[in-house]
Design a protein around this ligand. Structure first.
Ligand SMILES: [Zn+2]
Ligand SMILES: [Zn+2]
Length: 351
Protein backbone atom coordinates (compact mmCIF):
# COMPACT_ATOMS: atom_id res chain seq x y z
CA UNK A 1 0.00 0.00 0.00
CA UNK A 2 1.40 3.32 -0.98
CA UNK A 3 1.59 5.71 1.91
CA UNK A 4 0.94 9.26 1.06
CA UNK A 5 2.96 11.90 2.76
CA UNK A 6 0.82 14.60 1.27
CA UNK A 7 -0.94 16.56 3.94
CA UNK A 8 -4.64 16.25 3.51
CA UNK A 9 -7.31 18.75 4.24
CA UNK A 10 -8.41 16.90 6.30
CA UNK A 11 -6.96 13.58 5.26
CA UNK A 12 -8.22 11.18 7.92
CA UNK A 13 -11.80 11.97 7.04
CA UNK A 14 -11.31 9.92 3.92
CA UNK A 15 -11.14 6.89 6.12
CA UNK A 16 -14.48 7.52 7.72
CA UNK A 17 -17.65 5.69 6.94
CA UNK A 18 -19.24 6.77 3.65
CA UNK A 19 -21.52 9.72 4.01
CA UNK A 20 -19.96 10.88 7.22
CA UNK A 21 -18.47 14.29 6.83
CA UNK A 22 -16.79 16.49 9.32
CA UNK A 23 -19.89 18.63 9.63
CA UNK A 24 -21.83 15.62 10.86
CA UNK A 25 -19.47 14.80 13.66
CA UNK A 26 -21.40 15.80 16.77
CA UNK A 27 -18.41 17.00 18.70
CA UNK A 28 -14.79 17.86 18.07
CA UNK A 29 -13.92 16.34 21.36
CA UNK A 30 -11.54 13.42 20.84
CA UNK A 31 -13.08 11.66 23.78
CA UNK A 32 -16.43 11.63 22.03
CA UNK A 33 -14.86 10.29 18.91
CA UNK A 34 -13.05 7.67 20.92
CA UNK A 35 -16.29 6.68 22.53
CA UNK A 36 -18.01 6.24 19.19
CA UNK A 37 -15.54 3.54 18.30
CA UNK A 38 -15.64 1.89 21.66
CA UNK A 39 -17.82 -1.16 21.31
CA UNK A 40 -16.43 -2.49 18.06
CA UNK A 41 -12.86 -1.83 19.11
CA UNK A 42 -13.34 -3.55 22.43
CA UNK A 43 -14.74 -6.64 20.75
CA UNK A 44 -11.91 -6.67 18.29
CA UNK A 45 -9.32 -6.51 21.05
CA UNK A 46 -11.03 -9.25 23.02
CA UNK A 47 -10.75 -11.46 19.96
CA UNK A 48 -7.14 -10.45 19.51
CA UNK A 49 -6.42 -11.67 22.99
CA UNK A 50 -7.94 -15.03 22.26
CA UNK A 51 -6.11 -15.46 18.99
CA UNK A 52 -2.56 -14.58 19.88
CA UNK A 53 -2.92 -10.82 19.39
CA UNK A 54 -1.13 -10.68 22.71
CA UNK A 55 2.13 -11.45 20.96
CA UNK A 56 1.81 -8.36 18.77
CA UNK A 57 0.86 -6.20 21.72
CA UNK A 58 3.76 -7.63 23.69
CA UNK A 59 6.32 -6.75 21.02
CA UNK A 60 4.69 -3.33 20.60
CA UNK A 61 5.09 -2.79 24.34
CA UNK A 62 8.75 -3.84 24.29
CA UNK A 63 9.41 -1.34 21.51
CA UNK A 64 7.58 1.43 23.40
CA UNK A 65 9.50 0.73 26.59
CA UNK A 66 12.86 0.78 24.77
CA UNK A 67 12.28 4.20 23.19
CA UNK A 68 13.07 7.35 25.16
CA UNK A 69 10.03 9.29 26.41
CA UNK A 70 7.91 11.03 23.77
CA UNK A 71 4.49 12.66 23.99
CA UNK A 72 2.91 10.47 21.32
CA UNK A 73 -0.53 9.09 22.23
CA UNK A 74 -0.37 5.30 22.70
CA UNK A 75 -3.82 4.61 24.16
CA UNK A 76 -7.14 6.30 24.87
CA UNK A 77 -9.08 4.50 27.60
CA UNK A 78 -12.75 5.26 28.35
CA UNK A 79 -13.66 5.87 31.99
CA UNK A 80 -16.84 4.77 33.77
CA UNK A 81 -18.14 8.32 33.27
CA UNK A 82 -19.60 8.49 29.83
CA UNK A 83 -17.68 10.77 27.51
CA UNK A 84 -14.56 10.89 29.66
CA UNK A 85 -11.37 9.10 28.85
CA UNK A 86 -7.70 8.88 29.78
CA UNK A 87 -5.22 9.88 27.11
CA UNK A 88 -2.14 7.78 27.77
CA UNK A 89 1.08 9.07 26.25
CA UNK A 90 4.20 7.11 25.50
CA UNK A 91 5.92 8.66 28.55
CA UNK A 92 3.00 7.47 30.75
CA UNK A 93 3.17 3.83 29.65
CA UNK A 94 6.93 3.87 30.32
CA UNK A 95 6.29 4.42 34.05
CA UNK A 96 5.13 0.78 34.20
CA UNK A 97 8.64 -0.46 33.44
CA UNK A 98 10.31 -2.39 36.26
CA UNK A 99 11.51 -0.26 39.18
CA UNK A 100 9.62 2.86 38.04
CA UNK A 101 7.08 4.64 40.22
CA UNK A 102 3.54 4.47 38.81
CA UNK A 103 1.71 7.76 38.23
CA UNK A 104 -1.78 8.37 39.57
CA UNK A 105 -3.09 8.62 36.03
CA UNK A 106 -1.84 5.12 35.17
CA UNK A 107 -3.26 3.55 38.35
CA UNK A 108 -6.63 5.27 37.94
CA UNK A 109 -6.79 4.27 34.28
CA UNK A 110 -6.19 0.65 35.32
CA UNK A 111 -8.98 0.84 37.92
CA UNK A 112 -11.39 1.87 35.16
CA UNK A 113 -10.17 -0.92 32.88
CA UNK A 114 -10.71 -3.54 35.62
CA UNK A 115 -14.14 -2.17 36.55
CA UNK A 116 -15.09 -2.32 32.89
CA UNK A 117 -13.81 -5.90 32.56
CA UNK A 118 -15.76 -6.97 35.65
CA UNK A 119 -18.84 -5.07 34.42
CA UNK A 120 -18.92 -3.06 37.64
CA UNK A 121 -19.55 0.35 36.08
CA UNK A 122 -22.77 0.87 38.04
CA UNK A 123 -21.87 -1.10 41.18
CA UNK A 124 -18.49 0.29 42.21
CA UNK A 125 -17.72 4.00 42.08
CA UNK A 126 -14.11 4.82 41.25
CA UNK A 127 -13.26 7.94 43.23
CA UNK A 128 -10.42 9.92 41.68
CA UNK A 129 -7.30 9.76 43.81
CA UNK A 130 -6.95 13.52 44.10
CA UNK A 131 -10.36 13.92 45.75
CA UNK A 132 -9.71 10.91 47.99
CA UNK A 133 -6.48 12.57 49.15
CA UNK A 134 -8.25 15.87 49.84
CA UNK A 135 -10.94 14.11 51.91
CA UNK A 136 -8.37 12.21 53.95
CA UNK A 137 -5.63 14.75 54.44
CA UNK A 138 -6.77 18.30 53.76
CA UNK A 139 -8.60 20.93 55.75
CA UNK A 140 -12.38 21.19 55.90
CA UNK A 141 -12.47 24.32 53.68
CA UNK A 142 -10.73 22.49 50.89
CA UNK A 143 -12.86 19.36 51.27
CA UNK A 144 -15.94 21.56 50.77
CA UNK A 145 -14.78 22.27 47.20
CA UNK A 146 -15.11 18.57 46.37
CA UNK A 147 -18.76 17.80 47.11
CA UNK A 148 -19.29 15.61 44.00
CA UNK A 149 -22.86 16.84 44.16
CA UNK A 150 -23.90 14.93 41.03
CA UNK A 151 -22.86 11.58 42.48
CA UNK A 152 -25.42 9.48 44.35
CA UNK A 153 -23.16 7.15 46.34
CA UNK A 154 -25.94 4.87 47.58
CA UNK A 155 -26.66 3.83 44.02
CA UNK A 156 -23.31 2.04 44.25
CA UNK A 157 -22.28 -0.80 46.56
CA UNK A 158 -18.74 0.42 47.09
CA UNK A 159 -16.06 2.99 46.35
CA UNK A 160 -12.57 2.08 45.28
CA UNK A 161 -9.78 4.62 45.18
CA UNK A 162 -6.19 5.15 46.22
CA UNK A 163 -4.25 7.94 47.82
CA UNK A 164 -0.84 9.47 47.61
CA UNK A 165 0.86 9.54 51.00
CA UNK A 166 3.65 12.07 51.45
CA UNK A 167 4.25 12.27 47.69
CA UNK A 168 6.19 9.01 47.74
CA UNK A 169 3.75 6.21 48.38
CA UNK A 170 0.38 4.89 47.12
CA UNK A 171 -2.18 3.22 49.39
CA UNK A 172 -5.41 1.49 48.41
CA UNK A 173 -8.81 2.69 49.62
CA UNK A 174 -11.86 0.43 49.61
CA UNK A 175 -15.20 1.55 51.02
CA UNK A 176 -17.72 -1.27 51.28
CA UNK A 177 -21.20 0.06 52.08
CA UNK A 178 -22.75 -3.32 52.78
CA UNK A 179 -20.20 -3.99 55.52
CA UNK A 180 -20.15 -0.30 56.58
CA UNK A 181 -16.39 -0.70 56.46
CA UNK A 182 -13.53 1.38 55.11
CA UNK A 183 -10.19 -0.19 54.36
CA UNK A 184 -7.09 1.91 53.87
CA UNK A 185 -4.68 -0.81 52.82
CA UNK A 186 -0.98 -0.10 52.74
CA UNK A 187 1.04 -2.06 50.15
CA UNK A 188 4.02 -1.80 52.51
CA UNK A 189 4.23 -3.51 55.88
CA UNK A 190 2.45 -1.17 58.29
CA UNK A 191 1.43 -1.81 61.89
CA UNK A 192 -0.88 1.22 62.03
CA UNK A 193 -3.36 0.03 59.41
CA UNK A 194 -6.29 -0.32 61.83
CA UNK A 195 -5.76 3.22 63.15
CA UNK A 196 -5.39 4.60 59.61
CA UNK A 197 -8.55 2.83 58.44
CA UNK A 198 -10.43 4.14 61.51
CA UNK A 199 -9.25 7.62 60.61
CA UNK A 200 -10.42 7.16 57.01
CA UNK A 201 -13.84 6.05 58.32
CA UNK A 202 -14.08 9.22 60.38
CA UNK A 203 -12.94 11.49 57.55
CA UNK A 204 -15.43 10.01 55.11
CA UNK A 205 -18.27 10.12 57.68
CA UNK A 206 -17.52 13.85 58.01
CA UNK A 207 -17.41 14.13 54.25
CA UNK A 208 -20.85 12.58 53.77
CA UNK A 209 -22.24 14.91 56.46
CA UNK A 210 -20.62 17.88 54.75
CA UNK A 211 -22.41 16.91 51.53
CA UNK A 212 -25.70 16.94 53.44
CA UNK A 213 -24.98 20.44 54.71
CA UNK A 214 -23.64 21.83 51.43
CA UNK A 215 -25.84 20.19 48.83
CA UNK A 216 -28.59 18.32 50.70
CA UNK A 217 -27.17 14.93 49.79
CA UNK A 218 -28.10 12.33 52.39
CA UNK A 219 -26.57 9.26 50.75
CA UNK A 220 -24.41 7.22 53.15
CA UNK A 221 -24.88 9.83 55.92
CA UNK A 222 -26.68 7.42 58.27
CA UNK A 223 -24.17 4.60 58.05
CA UNK A 224 -21.95 4.10 61.09
CA UNK A 225 -18.66 3.58 59.30
CA UNK A 226 -15.84 1.57 60.84
CA UNK A 227 -12.26 0.94 59.81
CA UNK A 228 -11.26 -2.52 58.61
CA UNK A 229 -8.07 -4.43 57.94
CA UNK A 230 -7.66 -6.80 55.03
CA UNK A 231 -4.94 -9.36 54.65
CA UNK A 232 -2.82 -8.91 51.57
CA UNK A 233 0.73 -9.52 50.31
CA UNK A 234 3.15 -6.64 50.87
CA UNK A 235 5.63 -5.06 48.49
CA UNK A 236 9.23 -6.19 48.73
CA UNK A 237 10.85 -3.24 47.01
CA UNK A 238 10.66 0.54 47.21
CA UNK A 239 8.83 1.29 43.99
CA UNK A 240 6.01 -1.21 43.43
CA UNK A 241 3.36 0.29 45.74
CA UNK A 242 1.32 1.37 42.69
CA UNK A 243 1.44 -2.13 41.21
CA UNK A 244 0.29 -3.69 44.51
CA UNK A 245 -2.53 -1.11 44.72
CA UNK A 246 -3.67 -2.16 41.22
CA UNK A 247 -3.51 -5.84 42.21
CA UNK A 248 -5.63 -5.20 45.33
CA UNK A 249 -8.22 -3.25 43.31
CA UNK A 250 -8.31 -6.06 40.78
CA UNK A 251 -8.92 -8.69 43.47
CA UNK A 252 -11.70 -6.61 45.05
CA UNK A 253 -13.44 -6.12 41.73
CA UNK A 254 -13.10 -9.72 40.54
CA UNK A 255 -15.22 -11.13 43.37
CA UNK A 256 -17.29 -8.09 44.39
CA UNK A 257 -19.36 -8.03 46.59
CA UNK A 258 -17.64 -11.04 48.19
CA UNK A 259 -14.55 -10.57 50.36
CA UNK A 260 -11.50 -10.99 48.15
CA UNK A 261 -8.64 -13.38 48.82
CA UNK A 262 -5.53 -11.31 48.25
CA UNK A 263 -3.24 -13.92 46.83
CA UNK A 264 -0.59 -12.62 44.48
CA UNK A 265 3.17 -12.65 44.47
CA UNK A 266 5.33 -9.59 45.03
CA UNK A 267 8.84 -10.84 44.24
CA UNK A 268 10.91 -8.77 41.80
CA UNK A 269 10.10 -11.26 39.05
CA UNK A 270 6.38 -11.32 39.82
CA UNK A 271 6.22 -7.52 39.95
CA UNK A 272 8.01 -7.28 36.60
CA UNK A 273 5.48 -9.71 35.14
CA UNK A 274 2.51 -7.80 36.61
CA UNK A 275 3.82 -4.51 35.24
CA UNK A 276 3.86 -6.00 31.78
CA UNK A 277 0.36 -7.43 32.20
CA UNK A 278 -0.96 -4.03 33.35
CA UNK A 279 0.76 -2.17 30.50
CA UNK A 280 -0.71 -4.59 27.97
CA UNK A 281 -4.15 -4.09 29.49
CA UNK A 282 -3.80 -0.35 28.86
CA UNK A 283 -2.71 -0.88 25.26
CA UNK A 284 -5.44 -3.40 24.46
CA UNK A 285 -8.22 -1.37 26.13
CA UNK A 286 -7.50 1.55 23.81
CA UNK A 287 -10.24 3.03 21.65
CA UNK A 288 -7.81 5.40 19.92
CA UNK A 289 -8.19 5.31 16.17
CA UNK A 290 -4.87 6.28 14.69
CA UNK A 291 -6.44 6.54 11.23
CA UNK A 292 -8.73 9.36 12.35
CA UNK A 293 -7.23 11.14 15.34
CA UNK A 294 -4.01 13.08 15.76
CA UNK A 295 -1.26 11.12 17.53
CA UNK A 296 -0.15 14.22 19.40
CA UNK A 297 -3.41 15.69 20.72
CA UNK A 298 -5.73 12.66 20.25
CA UNK A 299 -8.31 14.95 18.65
CA UNK A 300 -9.75 15.34 15.19
CA UNK A 301 -9.27 19.10 15.23
CA UNK A 302 -6.10 20.69 16.58
CA UNK A 303 -6.42 22.31 20.00
CA UNK A 304 -7.85 25.80 19.87
CA UNK A 305 -9.23 25.50 16.35
CA UNK A 306 -12.63 26.98 15.68
CA UNK A 307 -15.59 24.96 14.50
CA UNK A 308 -15.97 26.64 11.12
CA UNK A 309 -12.30 26.21 10.29
CA UNK A 310 -12.34 23.70 7.47
CA UNK A 311 -8.67 23.41 6.56
CA UNK A 312 -6.36 21.33 8.72
CA UNK A 313 -2.92 20.15 7.62
CA UNK A 314 -1.97 16.60 8.53
CA UNK A 315 1.10 14.52 8.01
CA UNK A 316 1.41 10.74 8.23
CA UNK A 317 4.40 8.91 9.67
CA UNK A 318 6.08 6.74 7.02
CA UNK A 319 7.01 4.12 9.58
CA UNK A 320 3.98 3.63 11.83
CA UNK A 321 1.22 5.33 9.77
CA UNK A 322 0.13 7.56 12.65
CA UNK A 323 -1.36 10.88 11.57
CA UNK A 324 -0.43 14.17 13.21
CA UNK A 325 -1.72 17.71 12.89
CA UNK A 326 1.15 19.80 11.57
CA UNK A 327 0.02 22.40 14.09
CA UNK A 328 0.60 19.95 16.96
CA UNK A 329 4.13 19.35 15.65
CA UNK A 330 4.71 23.10 15.27
CA UNK A 331 5.58 22.33 11.68
CA UNK A 332 5.35 25.37 9.40
CA UNK A 333 4.53 25.28 5.68
CA UNK A 334 8.21 25.23 4.73
CA UNK A 335 8.95 22.20 6.92
CA UNK A 336 5.81 20.53 5.70
CA UNK A 337 6.88 20.94 2.06
CA UNK A 338 10.28 19.44 2.91
CA UNK A 339 8.67 16.55 4.75
CA UNK A 340 6.48 15.87 1.72
CA UNK A 341 9.50 15.44 -0.51
CA UNK A 342 11.46 13.06 1.73
CA UNK A 343 10.53 10.48 4.37
CA UNK A 344 8.91 11.75 7.52
CA UNK A 345 8.87 9.89 10.83
CA UNK A 346 6.95 10.79 13.99
CA UNK A 347 8.94 11.30 17.18
CA UNK A 348 8.28 7.70 18.21
CA UNK A 349 9.78 6.36 14.98
CA UNK A 350 12.66 8.82 14.63
CA UNK A 351 15.90 6.93 15.10
ZN1 LIG B 1 -3.24 17.30 17.06
ZN1 LIG C 1 5.70 6.80 13.62
Amino acid sequence: MQKTKTPKAPAPLKKQAPGQTEAHIPSQDPKDKARQGQSSEMTEHAEDDAQGGKLDASSELTALWEKKDTEVVVSVVPTQIRGNSFTIYHSDIRTLRPHQWLTGKIIECLFHIHANKCKLGTRIYILNHYTAGVILFRKREEVRKHTLSKIQFDSYGAIVSFVNVGNIHWTFLYINAEESTMYLADPARNSAVQAESDNAAKKFSDYFKMRRTCCSKTDWVDITWKGGVMKHPVQQDGNSCGVVVCMMAKKVMEVFPKTPKMTFGTTTREMAHQRKVLALEILTASVFDKEVNCAMCAAIKPPGSVTHQTHTDWIQCDSCSRWCHTQCLQMDQKCLKEAQVGDWDCSLCTK
